[in-house]
Ligand binder design. Sequence first.
Ligand SMILES: O=C(O)CCC(=O)C(=O)O
Ligand SMILES: [Fe+2]
Length: 344
Amino acid sequence: MACVKALAESPGLTSIPSTYNFTQNQHDHEAVSEIDPEDSIPVIDFSLLTSSSPDQRSKVIQDLGKACRDWGFFTVINHNVPEKLMEMTMDACQRFFNLTEEEKREFAGKHVLDPIRCGTSFNASVEKVFFWRDFIKVLVHPEFHSPNKPVGFSEISLEYCKRIRQVARELLKGISESLGLEFCYIERAMNLDSGLQILIANLYPPCPQPELAMGMPPHSDHGLLTLLTQNGICGLQLLHNGKWVNVNVVPNSFLVNTGDHIEILSNGKYKSVVHRAVVNNKMTRVSLAIANGPSLDTVVEPSKELIERQSEAPAYIGIKYKDFLELQQSNQLDNKSVLDRVRV
Ligand SMILES: O=C(O)CCC(=O)C(=O)O
Ligand SMILES: [Fe+2]
């Protein structure tokens, strides 16, 4: 199937093919609210997490716990990843999408767990309505993969993803502690040394009828933490207290969200939050999501320590991460439908 970039570039395109019309599927743009300055996405100062002052560290751990409980999304600033490296990675992704259709076809991939897979929509083989999105997904850890084009992609993404793993690991230490667990609880229980990390770049070209199309449908992310950056163009919305909220771009920061496996592990204390990407008719939006998850063979279940301490019943059954991932990637992307299957 041709990529949406080529479709968007067809001369004189003024309307979208009906196969991209998402309005039948509850396209409730009206529900979008502007962020209330009193209740906006929390900001976490990463430098305080690694601070030698115990007071500062315990304060930021509290903030992190609150952010996970109330929002499931937070902005991370002072993260130590060089801005230049962030720009170069975004640029490398843009250059990937600018390869010719034929060059990109080489990386099409067939199976959902193929190490390199580029395509359009989410899972075009099972979808009736397509999303206004092209993507490339690359498995970058525990084994590093990379397309051999464009120039520099491999070196830049290797370094970037390594830096992101360091940030994710620190955040997961803080999240462990915020749950009252030992700081290294999550990294041990999830076998992070061989944790799966996926680079996902999304391209949303200008769309002549943005109100009818959808870039990415409402969904939660599967892993533990996703770190997202974008090329300065807004489009991400998250569901907060029953309303779609526009996410603003904070330069030189990561937007982080907790995935389904944090929800399972924390026995529902921290939820994965449903989000979607809408499109616009003026500018190409590129987002870069780095998903950090358990190792593929880890069976994730609610933490026994948490459950015993609080005399709770487990609210989810254990599932191997690989099985969860295959289910999510080979079906239609639909809210929290895979997580719903493992709820008790
Ligand atoms: O483009 C975005 O901002 C969202 C991307 C996303 O949700 C994803 O790749 O899982
Ligand atoms: Fe997502």
